[in-house]
Design a protein around this ligand. Structure first.
Ligand SMILES: [Zn+2]
Length: 242
């Protein structure tokens, strides 16, 4: 299977929280989308890997993605190692996505910023003709970076007003993370979906705001993510718990 747009992130639910609306919108426009979770989220405070796998499959259905997979990197130990980069490059060669969405390269959680580097370097390796790796060499045309930080200025924001409610259902599919059992609700790090909405500063009828701010030194689109190509941030104003 080949796809048009692949979102890569460290843990199941990261993509839903940062760019789930963008995936929904792309699918509605006829693009084939996919999600690659680098880890199974086995170090999460709540939920077992088995529960999280069921939740992520449900969320993938809600987000209408054509493909979802897990790379098998150990949770809490995401590193841009040669081994992980090659495993990622193999998937890139199989799926041949034209566009990649990666986590922004600055983050509180080390897995998140390492996922950014691992994603970039894995995509680069996938295009090396001399690399002894299964599959035809392929390098995505564009890499976008998404973030959930409220304080940064994005290059552009995708308008997900029409996708907001469905994206919210995809987040809520992670019941173990956002709707834990009563006995677990005393845990400090619990981030309720209500609090998530509050952090987004949304009015009662949700309006997701979006804008585009191209960088002044935008260069040739053919110069695959070099310093003078146009970096793009997808901004989704919500802060994940992990
Ligand atoms: Zn995460």
């Amino acid at each position: 299977m080949t796809i048009d747009l692949l979102a890569i992130a460290a843990h199941p639910d990261d993509v839903e929280l940062t760019c789930g609306g963008t995936l929904l919108k792309s699918a509605a426009q006829g693009y084939k989308t996919g999600i690659l979770d680098l880890t199974a989220g086995e170090m999460g405070t709540r939920g077992t890997p088995e529960i999280r796998a069921k939740e992520s499959a449900r969320a993938a259905t809600i987000l209408k993605v054509s493909w979802r997979g897990t790379l098998g990197v150990p949770d809490s130990d995401v590193q841009p190692s040669r081994q992980h980069k090659l495993a990622l490059a193999k998937i890139i060669r199989e799926l041949r996505p034209r566009t990649i969405i990666l986590p922004y390269w600055e983050a509180r959680h080390p897995d998140h910023y390492h996922a950014s580097t691992l994603g970039y370097e894995g995509c680069f390796l996938a295009g090396l003709k001399q690399l002894l790796l299964e599959g035809e060499p392929f390098r995505p045309f564009k890499i976008l970076y998404c973030t959930s930080f409220e304080g940064m200025l994005p290059t552009f924001i995708v308008d997900i007003t029409k996708q907001y409610e469905t994206r919210r259902r995809a987040i809520l599919a992670y019941q173990s993370q956002f709707r834990p059992a009563k006995s677990e609700r005393k845990q400090r790090v619990f981030l309720a979906i209500d609090e998530l909405d509050a952090r987004m500063d949304l009015p009662s009828s949700p309006t997701a705001r979006n804008s585009v701010r191209p960088k002044a030194n935008a260069g040739s689109a053919s110069s695959w993510p070099s310093t003078n190509s146009t970096p793009v941030w997808i901004f989704s104003p919500a802060t994940p718990a992990a």
